[in-house]
Design a binder for this molecule. Structure first.
Ligand SMILES: [Zn+2]
Length: 96
């Protein structure tokens, strides 16, 4: 039995496009890493894409993360100074 039937039914396929904060290119969500600020003001990397809060995206590219750690774009976007460790974590996630 290998009919490969799924229970998806009439699910609408939505194309979710987001803009990278560094290069400003619009890409598909899967090509971007989401960083989110929750209602308590805590900023974290959102690997599920489902964490509630204000999100910003960066390409999963070595060029964009290199520029990000220099310019610290997220500081301006989230209006707080992000710890260096968080920028390092973003870099690690992308370069892994
Ligand atoms: Zn980018």
């Amino acid at each position: 039995m290998s009919r490969g039937k799924t229970a998806k039914g009439t699910a609408i396929k939505r194309i979710e496009m987001r803009r990278c904060v560094v290069c400003r290119q619009v890409r598909h969500k899967s090509e971007l890493l989401r960083v989110v600020k929750n209602s308590a003001g805590k900023i974290s990397i959102d690997e599920t894409g489902k964490v509630p809060g204000r999100g910003a995206y960066i390409c999963k590219s070595s060029e964009c993360v290199a520029t990000l750690s220099k310019r610290r774009n997220f500081d301006k976007i989230f209006k707080v100074k992000l710890p260096s460790e968080l920028y390092d974590m973003i870099k690690e996630k992308v370069l892994m």
